[in-house]
Design a protein around this ligand. Structure first.
Ligand code: MCF
Ligand code: FE
Length: 407
């Protein structure tokens, strides 16, 4: 048994002062050190540095580790030129991206306080790294393929990858999951099969959704920048689904939709009514010229959302604190002191609930995934702790996953 003592603890009831957390693999209790010692007299006491805050480990719900080699290869600024540059550079980027590189990015995530991440896997090449990393990994096997002719072959390849991740799940913290690439790139027949598979095995399910204006124009009218793209690469000039058809494919099983920047309020309200949620990637959206997700509308609709970095294919780091700071800047109209605690909640308890994980909250019986953030000085009020944590944290001071210390 360990007892971690800090000036502040972020609990579901807010920040509490002068308390401590008792845990082994799971959290046992949150109380004063004196009280905890009465119950656990032999526990190892760990005292954190002054001005430290204990948070639940952060959850980065959406990252593409396989694209970690990108620095300047892909074109940022606008979605279609970016997608063209992915097609042109993908093979080389994959070749350069070895286990060492992906392992380093997992370690960077760990040092930013990420104890769980959702790995969107296009090819399955990061499986070994995800098996070995200390973090819990929701391993999202990606299904892609809009051409009916190749759909079965692509679906079978996807099934093989799902099976491989299922066999790893016994000896690691891997949780097998399903990712639909997007409404424009997945044929409705295999989309339906994949959603049914996720439901049958109760696997987390996600999809990129209404990321760019071009995507919306293509799905609605079969026009715009995507038209030339599909004509050039796939010899087709009609989208495989409408927005409505795509959304309805998920009617019977909740999914985590990434981006949704171009979704209307009505569409978002429908997603809410079906128990879905959104992954918000502020830097990716900005770098690919996709616009700003109206998080205030999500709040109004009570549509749950998480915060995610996306991959280095559309970002400059996989740090969750870098992402929080970017979110504070992107949503410049929002009162900063209100937004900061919402981002923290989105990346801990909301993300855990969305992915069906027993972590993300510091309370009894949750997995002991804990992160210590040390502020450079005393916060004046408890209400400011979230903001100071986001502003000042480049690296966290300590990380525990299922009670084991990794940083
Ligand atoms: O989330 C971003 C932007 N939207 C779509 N896809 C990706 C993102 N980052 C990487 N991708 C991958 C995606 O998983 O790029 C490929 C897919 O494998 C694009 S389709 C050729
Ligand atoms: Fe993505």
């Amino acid at each position: 048994m360990k007892i971690l003592v800090a000036d502040y603890i972020y609990t579901p009831k807010g920040f509490v002062e002068y308390q401590a957390v008792a845990f082994d693999t799971h959290i046992k209790a949150v109380d004063t050190l004196e009280k905890l010692l009465e119950t656990y007299p032999k526990a190892q006491i760990i005292r954190t540095a002054p001005h430290s805050v204990i948070y639940p480990g952060f959850i980065n719900t959406h990252v593409h580790l396989e694209f970690s080699a990108n620095k300047t290869s892909l074109e940022y600024g606008s979605f279609m030129p970016w997608l063209d540059s992915v097609i042109a550079n993908r093979d080389e980027l994959m070749q350069c991206c070895d286990n060492k590189m992906m392992h380093k990015e997992c370690d960077n995530m760990l040092r930013s306080g990420i104890t769980t991440f959702g790995a969107i896997s296009s090819f399955g090449t990061e499986l070994e790294v995800c098996e070995k990393t200390p973090q819990r990994v929701v391993f999202f096997n990606e299904l892609i393929g809009s051409n009916a002719q190749y759909a079965d072959m692509l679906y079978n390849d996807f099934l093989e990858r799902v099976k491989a991740s299922q066999s790893c799940s016994k000896s690691s913290k891997i949780i097998p999951a399903v990712a639909i690439h997007s409404p424009y790139s997945v044929h409705p027949v295999i989309l339906e099969k994949a959603v049914a598979l996720a439901k049958a095995h109760q696997m987390p399910l996600s999809s990129h959704f209404l990321e760019s204006q071009a995507e919306r124009e293509w799905l609605e009218k079969g026009e715009g920048e995507f038209k030339a793209f599909f004509e050039k690469y796939f010899n087709t000039s009609k989208p495989v689904s409408t927005i409505e058809e795509f959304i309805h494919a998920f009617d019977n099983y909740p999914a985590h939709f990434t981006h949704a920047v171009q979704a209307t309020k009505e569409e978002l309200a429908y997603l809410k009514s079906r128990g879905h949620s959104i992954a918000h990637c502020p830097r990716s959206n900005r770098y690919l010229g996709c616009g700003r997700l109206a998080v205030e509308t999500l709040r109004e609709l009570e549509l749950p959302y998480s915060v995610a970095t996306d991959g280095l294919s559309s970002n400059d780091s996989l740090s969750i604190f870098d992402e929080f700071r970017a979110a504070l800047m992107l949503h410049h109209q929002a009162p900063i002191n209100k937004l900061a605690p919402l981002l923290i909640k989105a990346s801990t308890q909301d993300a855990a609930e969305i992915l069906g994980l027993n972590c993300g909250r510091i309370e009894a019986d949750r997995l002991a995934d804990l992160v210590v953030v040390t502020l450079p000085d005393l916060p004046q009020t408890k209400e400011e702790i979230a903001l100071w944590s986001i502003i000042h944290t480049k690296e966290i001071s300590e990380v525990y996953i299922e009670g084991v210390k990794y940083v």
